[in-house]
Design a protein around this ligand. Structure first.
Ligand code: ATP
Length: 717
């Protein structure tokens, strides 16, 4: 019998060759899968044996006079193959004593051609492992004997092996289902021969009982298990597959009355029958003890065939390898990002298409349809900032347009009631963002309490003035008709103005630093060319001098009256030239050293400016776009939109709402405390983040940091 990957148990019948085969009772039909068994009609102890005279048993194969090799190929081979795909398999022999179970499973040890399923399976396992070069395999063996309901380790005498210290074997349930024998020794084998050694050693240890039917009868059940573990060389190391091949040689079923057993042998026979009977019950139902013995075996076999199985691949994940793989993946990603950035640190320009793509990304990011802008290179990051700046400037322009139209209306209102807004609205500024607003210096210096009072005054008088002068103006911007709200919103416009000015300033410094850097780098290049040229000249002159001196020595030297060598004019000229070159070389070298230091310093400044710009942007973004719901609801009806004002300013606006809809109640105060605390936390993170590299700012909005420059707290009065 065998269990295989498809969901049914396959059952085969093998007849042991014998001269006494009862052909008149047992007939194999031509399909080689069906057996017809006839029963003798008669009486025993006055009872009819059976009202039926024959039975048909349908099996997966009926094999008569087939070789050991054929048996292996028809019954066992596919089970062994499937073990390599991670499926457990069981091949089990059932039959009465002397039927040929041990012969089929183990074979005749002395004849190679008659070796049974187990040695052939071992051979196939190692051959298959050799063929599968993409995998590494480890094979372990265990050999269990069940004798008189006692578990025995047939390989316990072999060392080394994983085995329990107590030597007591117990059947335990495995966490993932199935059972295993705790304490059974497992032996690693590296080749066919090592495995066969263990098989034969175990066979030797098997208890053989003297028996009346068969002198070499197996009095125990034996399970020889091949444990296979395979890991792919090419796929993930975290995953590996295990499988077990259980090769079972059951003890022979027998009738005690027939064997004439006594004492120990009788006890053995009882246990054997009991365990086989349990096995049968487990498979389907109790055996019919009133039938001829072969009939019982055939019944058992045909019932076994009905058993449905649910095979599954034993795939495991090694948690340590999995963790390491994750780490490797993470590090590889970081490395590749780093490599991309460092390889593109040069000031390459983006193409028109790339710029357009960045612009589209920024717009989608701002509209919320894009979660994050992936970092690709330094020029791309710069372009992202550039595009953000453009969007900001566009917003500013739109504001200015709205403000100018509104300030004209406010001016008209002022003319009718100047005292009402005195101090709130100053002279018209001639340029920039101050159109129609009080001078920024005035706005900055106004204490908050005063500002509120003024706003209250305006609140009282503004609307009447406007309606008196130009009632139609209500219709132009119905959502913005009350002056106090307008004034509060106007004062908030400082935020983007200040932001912009500050960013312009940083940008200006960045540009200056970059131009100095460029100049110094050019100088450095010039100096290094000069040094190289000078060095070449020094080498040339030194060689000429050497040649000249060699010639002079060969033709004899001029000496002075004091017997000192006299330098000829040509040699003197060369010496002077060499001296001059050496001093030029030294000067250039010194210049180059100091220029190098300057370049490095300038580079540092440029980097700082870039980081600062990034931080400012993050700060602006957080302040402007991550507005709490309460603030958004206030802004909903006004001309202001997220991005125009900061959280603190927006909360001030809530206080000034004349409709009383957003008077600072307990909830608002609590919200303000919450945002103050949140902001402080962000600031702490932000101050740490300023020193970090720009790429750390990549990603989702939650990762954006707040600049330490914006340290005002939300005011709740
Ligand atoms: N197909 C066969 N061809 C040749 N000899 C066989 C065949 N089957 C069994 N035999 C021989 O019959 C004898 C009994 O076989 P075997 O020991 O395998 O029976 P068994 O079913 O294992 O019995 P037990 O349950 O008592 O252990 C052995 O000598 C064996 O060599």
């Amino acid at each position: 019998m065998m269990c295989s990957r498809d969901s049914t148990v396959k059952v085969f019948i093998r007849f042991r060759p014998t001269d006494k085969f009862a052909h008149e009772f047992i007939e194999c039909l031509p399909d080689q899968q069906t057996l017809r068994v006839q029963s003798r009609k008669g009486f025993r102890k006055g009872k009819t044996i059976s009202p039926l005279s024959s039975w048909l048993f349908r099996l997966n194969g009926v094999m008569e006079n087939v070789s050991q090799e054929d048996i292996y190929h028809r019954v066992a081979r596919s089970v062994v193959q499937e073990a390599f795909s991670g499926y457990n398999g069981t091949i089990m022999c059932f039959g009465q004593t002397g039927a040929g179970k041990t012969y089929t499973m183990t074979g005749a040890a002395e004849t190679y051609a008659q070796r049974g399923i187990i040695p052939r399976a071992i051979q196939e396992v190692f051959q298959e492992a050799e063929h599968r070069a993409d995998y590494s395999f480890s094979v372990h063996l265990s050999f269990l004997e069940i004798y008189n309901e006692t578990l025995l380790d047939l390989l316990s005498s072999i060392k080394p092996g994983k085995t329990s210290k107590s030597g007591i074997l117990t059947v335990v349930e495995e966490p993932g289902g199935g059972v295993s024998v705790k304490g059974l020794s497992l032996h690693r084998v590296h080749n066919e021969e090592e495995a066969l050694n263990l098989l034969f050693e175990g066979e030797m240890n098997r208890i053989i009982g003297e028996h009346a039917l068969n002198k070499q009868s197996s009095r125990s059940h034996c399970i020889f298990t091949i444990h296979i573990e395979s890991r792919s060389h090419t796929l993930s190391d975290a995953k590996y597959i295990t499988s077990k091949l259980n090769l079972v040689d059951l003890a022979g079923s027998e009738r005690l009355s027939k064997t004439g057993s006594e004492g120990q042998v009788q006890t053995e026979a009882m246990y054997i029958n009991k365990s086989l009977s349990f096995l049968e019950q487990v498979i389907l139902a109790l055996a019919d003890r009133h039938r001829e013995h072969q009939l019982s075996t055939l019944r058992f076999a045909s019932r076994m065939k009905c058993v449905q199985t649910k095979p599954s691949v034993n795939e495991h994940i090694d948690p340590v390898v999995q963790k390491l793989e994750k780490e490797i993946k993470f590090l590889k990603e970081n490395l590749s990002r780093f490599n991309t950035l460092t390889s593109q640190v040069t000031n390459e320009m983006l193409s028109g298409t790339e710029v357009a793509e960045v612009r589209s990304q920024v717009q989608r990011y701002l509209s919320g349809s894009l979660d994050e802008i992936p970092i690709v290179s330094v020029p791309q990051i710069q372009e992202v900032f550039e595009q953000f700046k453009k969007v900001l400037l566009e917003q500013q322009e739109k504001f200015q347009e709205r403000l100018s139209s509104k300030s004209i209306r406010d001016e008209t209102a002022m003319n009718t009631a100047p005292s009402a807004i005195e101090g709130s609205v100053g002279e018209v500024e001639g340029n920039g963002y101050g159109l129609g607003l009080a001078k920024s210096s005035q706005r900055h210096l106004q204490p908050k309490a005063k500002g509120r009072k003024e706003k209250q005054t305006s609140r009282k008088e503004g609307p009447s003035c406007l309606s008196a002068e130009n009632p139609s103006s209500h219709n132009e911007q119905p959502q913005n008709t009350n002056a106090p709200n307008t004034l509060a919103q106007e004062s908030l416009l400082q935020a983007p103005e200040e932001e912009l000015t500050r960013n312009h300033e940083i940008n200006r410094i960045l540009k200056e630093n970059k131009s100095v850097l460029y100049e110094r780098t050019t100088q450095l290049r010039r100096l290094s060319t000069l040094i190289n040229d000078t060095k070449r000249n020094i080498d040339r002159i030194a060689s000429e001098l050497r040649q000249y001196r060699e010639q002079r020595q060969s033709r004899g030297e001029f000496v002075s009256p004091e017997a000192e060598p006299v330098l000829e004019e040509e040699e003197l000229y060369l010496v002077m030239q060499l001296k001059d070159l050496k001093s030029r070389y030294r000067r250039a070298y010194d210049d180059m050293t100091s220029t190098k230091a300057e370049v490095s310093y300038c580079q540092h400044l440029v980097n700082q400016c870039r980081t600062r710009l990034l931080t400012e942007f993050e700060s602006w973004y957080n302040e402007s776009f991550l507005l709490p719901t309460e603030v958004l609801s206030v802004l909903k009806d006004g001309v202001l939109r997220p991005g125009h004002i900061g959280v603190d300013k927006a909360l001030s606006l809530m206080e000034d709402d004349p409709r009383g809809l957003h008077q600072p109640d307990a909830e608002t105060t609590s919200a303000a405390s919450f945002y103050n605390a949140y902001k402080r936390t962000l600031q702490r993170r932000g101050s740490r983040a300023v020193s970090q590299s720009p790429e750390s700012a990549k990603g989702s909005r939650t990762r954006i940091k707040v600049s330490p420059l914006l340290s005002d707290e939300v005011n709740t009065h």
